[in-house]
Design a protein around this ligand. Structure first.
Ligand SMILES: [Zn+2]
Length: 315
């Protein structure tokens, strides 16, 4: 067991060296990364002025708190999460994908950071999936919500917007569509206690786990296509995270770029479903596309700028 693990580490090490030598996906020096990201015109800020990813919580809260615009009768919001999607892949957007479409139709893009407060000096929580999404859904860092890493169960002292917006009557219902079992399927899932809380209180909050991204897309589109769809929907696609772990988190890696293209195509189908709603003209939708963390080489969790920088696209 130990020996096979040792071989695994050795293989990973030599693959990394190989990648560096051949340049297959490893043109990922920090200065090049910063130059690439800051050459993307869509961003309204810079890496130095990146905003905390907890801003997602504020943007959604403010959307629901603001008065209805004239001619609108209901507010809706959706977060389309691209797991492990680095900001540098936004250099690849085109009009066919979700982000490209949002930006072409009045949306804007900001650079954000994950990994806790004190950016860029300290890393108070891991640049991992559970802490990242939890910070956006609760508006707090791990010093408050407690989810410092994957496999840490959040207590109900800090609830997500999925629950609080329904419980306080701001919205009628919400839904959480994913395929990563770490959210609420595994015994040590982030939201397993919150799921119990929702069930005990009888709140209209749906937690639905699919086998894969295709299932997440199906579940989300089915909800949006129903006449009275959920008022707040949060979902994540794993395309980019899987591709990054397989072969490298970098926009110059064709496999990672393909993962992004798949996420963009799925995201666009969701936006199409929203805009096809019979009552769309009367609805005030906030659409957000964001990411929980970046990545470096084939991993994330640490404090490199490539792992800490994310993005928030809103329209
Ligand atoms: Zn992740």
């Amino acid at each position: 067991m130990f020996f096979s693990k040792f071989i695994c580490v050795l293989v990973t090490f030599f693959m990394s060296i190989g990648g560096m030598i051949t340049g297959t996906y490893f043109n990922d020096k920090t200065d090049a990364y910063i130059a690439n990201v800051e050459s993307i015109e869509a961003f309204t800020n810079t890496i130095d002025t990146a905003v905390p990813q907890t801003d997602v919580y504020d943007i959604i809260s403010q959307h629901f708190a603001a008065p209805l615009p004239e001619g609108k009768t209901v507010k809706k919001a959706i977060v389309i999460g691209y797991d492990g999607c680095r900001a540098d892949v936004l250099s690849l957007v085109n009009g066919d994908g979700a982000i490209g479409y949002l930006l072409a139709t009045g949306g804007s893009a900001e650079l954000s950071y994950c990994g806790g407060a004190n950016y860029p000096m300290l890393n108070t929580q891991k640049t991992k999936t559970a802490p990242g999404w939890c910070s956006m859904l609760t508006g707090e860092w791990a010093d408050v919500h407690g989810v410092t890493a994957n496999g840490v169960i959040k207590s109900n002292d800090t609830l997500t917007l999925l629950t609080t917006l329904v419980e306080d009557g701001t919205i009628d219902d919400s839904a959480f569509y994913v395929s990563w079992d770490g959210h609420f399927v595994n015994l040590n899932s982030t939201y397993i206690r919150e799921k119990e809380y929702i069930e005990e209180k009888g709140l209209d909050v749906t937690f639905l786990d699919a086998d894969d991204d295709a299932g997440t897309l199906t579940n989300t589109v089915a909800d949006i296509s129903s006449a009275d769809c959920s008022d707040f929907i949060f979902l994540t696609f794993e395309h980019t995270d899987h591709a990054g772990h397989d072969s490298g988190f970098c926009f110059t890696n064709p496999e990672y770029a393909e993962g992004f293209a798949l996420a963009e195509a799925d995201g666009r189908q969701i936006i199409n479903a929203i805009e096809s709603r019979a009552t769309y003209a009367q609805e005030d939708w906030l659409i957000i596309v964001t990411s929980d963390h970046g990545g470096f080489n084939t991993e994330h969790g640490s404090l490199t700028i490539q792992e800490r920088i994310t993005f928030i696209v809103t329209r």
